[in-house]
Every structure is written in structure tokens, then in C-alpha cells.
Design a protein around this ligand. Structure first.
Ligand code: 2P0
Length: 328
């Protein structure tokens, strides 16, 4: 009754922003991401007779917050029909809660390890649906390479799952440089921010009206390995999402001066014929999309910017999987 899983974070190229059901975590729109080799979480789960679930994340005891880890473990226990409690130890190799998709890799690794420890055998699609109920974007980290999370139509969520578009070997030269400007916990959570956006942004419906076109074009661009097309769609999609955040009441502005500095630097790089595009999530950090051949030059230019603390280089990675080496 013990198992360990690893999962990579994922960064959306077409963003998930807003829920149509918060109970089941059903999105308002579909999304597409790259699973990132370079930002991973490893989680060991063991069931025993201990009186309650215990969860340690990066050497700290997990305190209850809006992401209900204990409730997610209970959900899996109910499915498996077991009454024991879990000891969970989890470690990530990148800063948590800084808009770097730690909840995606975290919930994907937790779900895969907990199911294995509980003896629950699920298909990848079933795992994706189950993981989604812990944290939406995490359902994409079950798969590797380039992944689409289907919005689905049904109220029970049975058709809202992620699916691989292309595996990591389809485009091995694709790179993402996560540029860290601040590793502190963010002021407004993604979950709170998206609920507030759906409730108060006057342009939210306009955002939704553009997403299907982005999804269709992004899928084509990935299939054709058309870097400029992927970069252009991803960058504009992120700006549209941030436009809805900024025009929410009260306004949510995740950007800090260093964020703008990187945005302008990336645009300047394009002026100089360096193919680089940016995307941003619910935080101040910027992810720079590029190709292997330009990594050295782009990293050098980013390192020279005042507000940049460090960078993490990612390429398309594997989906979540069971590993043999436990954390305890
Ligand atoms: C994404 N984000 O597609 C978008 C872009 C942030 C901005 O998914 O409430 O942690 O657990 O479903 O998945 C972050 O939100 O939120 C996110 P819940 P989640 O990657």
C-alpha cells in the first residue's frame, strides 16, 4: 500500500481561465499546454492505520487551504473502498505557488501515487478526470508532450478530460524558459482570481468567444511544428487572459515592473530576428517560448535584466508515472 509517482508541471499555450462548475472543477473553455521536463514533483503515498491523513510538502506540513488535498485523498479512498489513512510526502524542484504550475504537477503526482497505493487501476483518461477534481490544470500533467484539455459538455464532468495531441518526441527542439522574478506566494490565488473574473469582468464573454479559434489554430501549429504560429497564438492568448484579469473588480494585476521588462525584452528580440515569444499565468513570472538554437542568446539577454532572479529551462516532457524510488 505504498507507491511513488512523478509528474511534470505544464504551462498552457491556450489558457484555462474560469469555471462553469466549481464543485467538479469544470472549465468554461478548453486549453492546450506543454508538459515541462525541468519542473517536476515527486510524491510518495503510503496507507496505514494512522488516525488521519498527513501531508508534507517540501519539508513543511501542509496547512489546509482552498486546494483540498485531504478531500482529494478521501475521494480516491472512496473509489477504492479503503478506510485507511495516507501518509503523503511530496517534493518539487521549483518554487511552489509562484504562478509556476506547482499545483498541476502536485495534484497529478498525488493522484497517480494515491491510486497506485490504494490498488485502484484507472485508464489515463479516468486518471485525468479524477486529477481534474483536485485541480483543473493538473489533468493536463497526466500526459506528456503537447496536451489538450477538452472543455466537455456534460454536467457530471465525464467528458472533461485531457488528451495528448503529440508526444514529447514530436518537437524535441521546443523550449520554454521560465523566468523567475519573484518566488513569493502570490497575492490572489488562481482559483479566487478566476472566480472573480467570471463574476465581474465585463469582457469575460469576449474572451470565451475567441478561445475555440485559438484552440483550433494552436493544434494545427503544433502538428505543423510552426514555431512562429505557436508563439504568436500563445502570446496573444495570454494577453487576452490578462486583459480579463485586469478588468475584473477589484482589478487583478499580477504583473510587476520586472514582468514588463521581460515582455519588452522579448519583443525587442523579435525585432532583432530572434524567435522568442512570452506567456504568463496567474503570477508575475514570464515564460519565454523559443527553440533550442536560440536558448543561449535568449538566456544571456534575460540574465542581464535587473528584475530577473533566475531561469528554469524546460523542454517537452513525460506524463505522470510511477517510479520505484520512494521518498520515505
Ligand atoms: C492554465 N492557470 O491554463 C491557467 C492559466 C493559471 C493561468 O490553470 O482552481 O491551479 O485548481 O482548477 O488549475 C491555474 O489554475 O486552478 C491555471 P484550479 P488551477 O494553466
Amino acid at each position: 500500500m505504498k507507491a511513488t509517482a512523478t509528474a511534470n508541471a505544464n504551462i498552457a499555450l491556450v489558457k484555462y481561465w474560469g469555471k462553469r462548475s466549481s464543485d467538479r472543477i469544470l472549465p468554461q473553455n478548453g486549453s492546450i499546454s506543454m508538459t515541462c521536463d525541468g519542473m517536476a514533483t515527486k510524491t510518495t503515498v503510503e496507507f496505514s492505520e494512522q488516525p488521519e491523513h498527513t501531508v508534507m510538502i517540501n519539508d513543511e506540513e501542509f496547512k489546509k487551504d482552498e486546494k483540498d488535498i485531504h478531500g482529494h485523498i478521501d475521494r480516491i479512498c472512496r473509489m477504492a473502498g479503503i478506510r485507511k489513512h495516507a501518509k503523503v510526502v511530496s517534493e518539487s524542484n521549483f518554487p511552489v505557488a509562484a504562478g509556476l504550475a506547482s499545483s498541476a504537477s502536485g495534484f497529478a503526482a498525488l493522484t497517480v501515487a494515491t491510486c497506485a497505493a490504494a490498488g485502484l487501476k484507472l485508464s489515463p483518461r479516468e486518471l485525468s478526470i479524477l486529477t481534474r477534481q483536485g485541480s483543473g490544470s493538473a489533468c493536463r500533467s497526466i500526459f506528456g508532450g503537447f496536451v489538450e484539455w477538452h472543455r466537455g459538455q456534460r454536467d457530471d464532468g465525464s467528458d472533461s478530460y485531457a488528451e495528448e495531441i503529440k508526444d514529447k518526441n514530436h518537437w524535441p527542439e521546443f523550449r520554454m524558459i521560465a523566468t523567475i522574478v519573484e518566488s513569493k506566494k502570490k497575492p490572489v490565488s488562481s482559483r479566487g482570481g478566476m472566480a472573480q473574473t467570471v463574476a465581474t469582468c465585463p469582457y469575460y464573454k469576449d474572451w470565451l468567444a475567441t478561445v475555440d479559434e485559438d484552440l483550433k489554430n494552436m493544434k494545427e501549429a503544433i502538428e505543423e511544428r510552426d514555431f512562429e504560429k505557436v508563439g504568436g497564438i500563445a502570446e496573444f492568448n495570454a494577453l487576452k487572459m490578462h486583459a480579463t484579469m485586469i478588468t475584473t473588480k477589484p482589478s487583478i494585476i499580477y504583473w510587476i515592473p520586472a514582468t514588463m521588462e521581460i515582455i519588452h525584452a522579448v519583443r525587442q528580440m523579435r525585432e532583432e530576428e530572434i524567435q522568442a515569444y512570452f506567456t504568463m499565468d496567474a503570477g508575475p513570472n514570464v515564460k519565454v517560448l523559443c527553440q533550442e538554437r536560440d536558448v543561449k542568446e535568449i538566456s544571456m539577454q534575460l540574465a542581464e535584466l535587473e528584475g530577473v532572479a533566475n531561469t528554469i529551462l524546460c523542454k517537452p516532457g513525460d506524463g505522470a508515472k510511477i517510479v520505484s524510488e520512494h521518498l520515505f
